[in-house]
Design a protein around this ligand. Sequence first.
Ligand code: BES
Ligand code: ZN
Ligand code: ZN
Length: 479
Amino acid sequence: MNIQVTSKNLKTDFEIQFIIKKDTKNPFIKEYKKLIELSNFKYSEGETLLLLEAKKIFVSVNDISDLENFKIAASNAIKTLKKIKIKSAKISSYDKKDLKVAKAIAEGILLGAYQFDKYKSKKTLSTLETVYFQTANYYGEKIKQEDLKQAVEDTKIVCDVVNLTRDMVNSHPDELYPETFAKLASKEAKEYGIECKVLKGNDLEEEKMGSLLSVARASVHTPRVIHLSYKPKNAKKRVVLVGKGLTYDSGGLSLKPADFMTTMKSDKSGGAAVLGAILGASKMGVDVEIHAIIGAVENMIGGNAYKPDDVLVARNGKTIEVKNTDAEGRLVLADCLSYGCDLKPDYIIDVATLTGACVVALGEYSSGIMGFNEKLKEAMAKSAQNSGELTGMLPFNRYLKDLLKSNVADISNIGSSRYGGAITAGLFLSEFVEEKYHSKWLHLDIAGPAYVEKDWGYNPFGGSGAGVRMLIDFIANIK
Ligand code: BES
Ligand code: ZN
Ligand code: ZN
């Protein structure tokens, strides 16, 4: 899907028209009022009405203070238009001054139009090629062409990397495994002009990543740690992103039941999200140094699989009693976080589909934010809100921390109670973040929103790209 800004009143195959706050007096809507009422239009938030003969699709937005409404409305309209035989459509913004509205509309179009049909023999190809974004707005006033162009360009950068992240999450595990994950990251890094270093085999032994290597051991696909970096001159701060890139999580010997194993190709979502975020933020030219560390590993079973009762030695020297091989993400992140701390970050943020417990706590639309620094947690929640992601904070406490005590090693990889599982997982990770970086660290559990099993908002079935937009917003707002 292509969006082009135009100052002309082009003739296109179709037009998308917002109906704002049920106002049908607007000159562009007035003449259709009777048809709109005849069709029993309810003016509910995001409702669409396709008038084929008039070559118009109307879409309702009532609460204009919430930009998400514009995104969802634009997405609803585009999804309907993709089903009919047209090549072009046009749309106008509602607000002349506030470019945030134009950005929201563009985002709704670009994210809502996403489709993953790579594995279908019969593609449901849409004929819709271009949406023209007119500088003339809802009231016939004009937005400055340059401003609108810039707004659409900025939005495109973000949506491109969200859609790239979605593609990666949707790729099946026999296509996207650690080696191919690294190849893809290197290719994208080259295209975006950033550095990419891949650690494998001996490199990982030399790094003493014993925890990560144990998880990876039973897979025919050997692990990779992917280190991407963007180093602009005169960077204000240094951010290290760490992503869980489990290209498949079978659970290992603590095998997942069949119904829970499906969708576990999405366990690489955190890794894909940090890749998307560093690419997007670098393209925006932020003056922040960014590193993305991805632990790309497959958790499988086999004669040499790591076992419950094993004691692992992590990169930072701490010993871990394995009580459940399905709590593998934290074992991979443990070594990646320790590696990330060596980069002397001003902020270190990990992103992971870490626990089912987080989904139980917050529902499947929200990511969990955890950490020791309340202000930092607030800042991330604000970035999520700015960019249209949902989050909830999960608080650490000393009693939950005690649940990780082990009789045989420094720490156990699961808590001794099944309650508070998202938080004990976060507290486990904190043991691998050097103490001096505790106040600079955040943990984002994206297990809920990373993979969509029933469409919501502008997220179609499959990978959502959760985390990408909030990370980019967070990085772009670093002072
Ligand atoms: N990848 C899963 C978490 C997950 C569950 C992500 C559902 C997305 C949807 C993780 O590795 C895992 O299996 N966690 C266990 C931890 C438990 C063994 C303490 C879980 O959540 O059940
Ligand atoms: Zn697991
Ligand atoms: Zn997992």
